[in-house]
Design a protein around this ligand. Structure first.
Ligand code: NDP
Length: 450
């Protein structure tokens, strides 16, 4: 391994030894950009490019006290990682999930810098959230939590400073409560301070659909480059949240057959093809569990999750779309998918494939669409939402979707060209990292030692 890379990896390992997800994200990026570091077009070591790119500009951690419906005081922990403002205001979602910790926040923030650079839009990288668990909470509890969270967060954000959005556990309802509290504290309507807003108060059409649709646009381009038509292909999807639902919708519109979806308890397999209206009713309206799908489709099978392997990856498929969470597709799952003849894996979630799973898939000829590129449609459309807020003018659904399609097509092209430039044909994981890194390193050199 290149000496500079080795030295930096060792330093980061020592300094962040209790943060496994963060180290995983760093390792994946740094090892794939080795040919760029070797070429040394910029003196990376002298300018400490890697050391600076892997250290967040600012980490904010705060107390979030709130009162539940029983009148009890609960104290959660809030985070905002302002990782990089190199090419625009910090931008990235908020995650509310009990697993949230500093390591997960930092890995998400780090990946966000690269993803945002790939969109070609002026957005830096950030991420935030809380270990608050929205599951089973009443609307009033969610509102009180969001208000308390924003009462601290508001002083750190702004439409030219840091623009949060949704992620796991944070959808339209939560963004609404957060925005309401921000507006109340600031006594000003600053629409571009949060994205993922409802259409009626400043959101963008097609933002809700954007991550899932974007994933399918990227997948279409990747398959097309290998002369494969998506029409008629079988698709399995993990998760049944925002990304999964709209990936399913676009996959079906492209003529593919989606046969499985999941949640954290298990998965449903419907050989006739998933009835998405039924899934939307369960997840978007009733906020229920995926196993309830069998109430409208008794012929479907429900497989409860047990052990480490995810049951959704045991189902034979041409295309697998992990759209739930990090490290949800491990080596064991990759082996099953390959054995069952999978052609392509498209990452809708962030870092859903473990590093050895990705390697195994690629070594066995499976096309892998890396999250930083393939799920960038959400943040790209968030940037389009910010543009509309600044213009005080709204695009139609078709206009936003057309822009999204163009952005995703360009991202695929950038990944392909970057991988080919360094002799890594078909390695879109490396291609995405290289394309983003090259741009960020140039910006870092231009802005001096900050
Ligand atoms: P949602 O909260 O809407 O949905 C998450 C889905 O994943 C749910 O079905 C949930 O099941 C499942 N899930 C969550 N945690 C786990 C777990 N530990 N094990 C198994 N299943 C789990 O989130 P999103 O759809 O917004 O986000 C999904 C992924 O996509 C995340 O990795 C996120 O970072 C990424 N992403 C999201 C973007 C967006 O625009 N929303 C943009 C780019 C990336 P359950 O309900 O049982 O918890």
């Amino acid at each position: 391994m290149n000496n500079y890379l080795k030295k930096v990896l060792e330093q980061i390992g020592q300094r962040n030894s209790t943060e496994p997800e963060y180290l995983q994200a760093i390792h994946e990026v740094l090892t794939t950009i080795e040919p760029v570091i070797e070429a040394n077009e910029i003196d990376y070591e002298k300018l400490a490019i890697l050391e600076r790119m892997t250290e967040p500009e600012r980490v904010i951690m705060f107390r979030v006290p709130w009162v539940n419906d029983k009148g009890e005081v609960i104290v959660n922990r809030g985070y905002r990682i302002q990782f990089s403002s190199l090419i625009g205001p910090y931008k990235g979602g908020l995650r509310f999930h009990p697993s949230v910790n500093l390591s997960i926040m930092k890995f998400l923030g780090f990946e966000q810098i690269f993803k945002n650079a790939l969109t070609g839009l002026p957005i830096g990288g950030g991420k935030g959230g809380s270990d608050f668990d929205p599951k089973g909470k009443s609307d009033n509890e969610i509102m009180r939590f969001c208000q308390s969270f924003m009462t601290e967060l508001y002083r750190h954000i702004g439409h030219d400073v840091d623009v949060p959005a949704g992620d796991i556990g944070v959808g339209g309802r939560e963004i609404g409560y957060l925005f309401g509290q921000y507006k109340r504290i600031r006594n000003a309507y600053e629409g571009g301070v949060l994205t993922g807003k409802d259409i009626v108060y400043g959101g963008s059409l097609a933002r809700k659909e954007a991550t899932g649709y974007g994933l399918m646009f990227f997948m279409r381009e990747m398959l097309h480059a290998h002369n494969i038509d998506i029409k008629g292909k079988t698709v399995t999807i993990s998760g049944s949240g925002n990304v999964a639902i709209y990936a399913c919708e676009k996959a079906q519109a492209m003529g593919a057959k989606v046969v499985a979806m999941s949640d954290s308890n298990g998965c449903i397999y419907d050989p006739d093809g998933i009835d998405l209206d039924c899934v939307k009713e369960i997840k978007e309206v009733e906020r229920g569990r995926i196993k309830e799908y069998r109430e409208c489709h008794p012929n479907a099978t429900y497989i409860e999750k047990s052990g480490t392997a995810n049951p959704v990856w045991t189902i034979k498929t041409d295309i697998a779309l992990p759209c739930a969470t990090q490290n949800e597709l491990i080596l064991e799952d990759a082996k099953t998918l390959v054995k069952n003849g999978v052609i392509a894996v498209g990452e809708g979630a962030n870092m859903p494939c473990s590093e050895d799973a990705t390697k195994y898939l690629q070594e066995n000829g499976v096309l892998v669409a890396p999250a930083k590129a393939s799920n960038a449609g959400g943040v790209a459309t968030s940037a389009i939402e910010m543009t509309q807020n600044s213009m005080r003018y709204y695009y139609t659904f078709e206009e936003v979707e057309e822009k999204l399609d163009r952005i995703m097509t360009n991202i695929f092209k950038a990944c392909k060209e970057a991988s080919e430039k360094y002799g890594l044909k078909n390695d879109y994981v490396a291609g995405a990292n290289i394309a983003a890194f090259t741009k960020l390193a140039k910006a870092m050199k231009a802005q001096g030692l900050v």
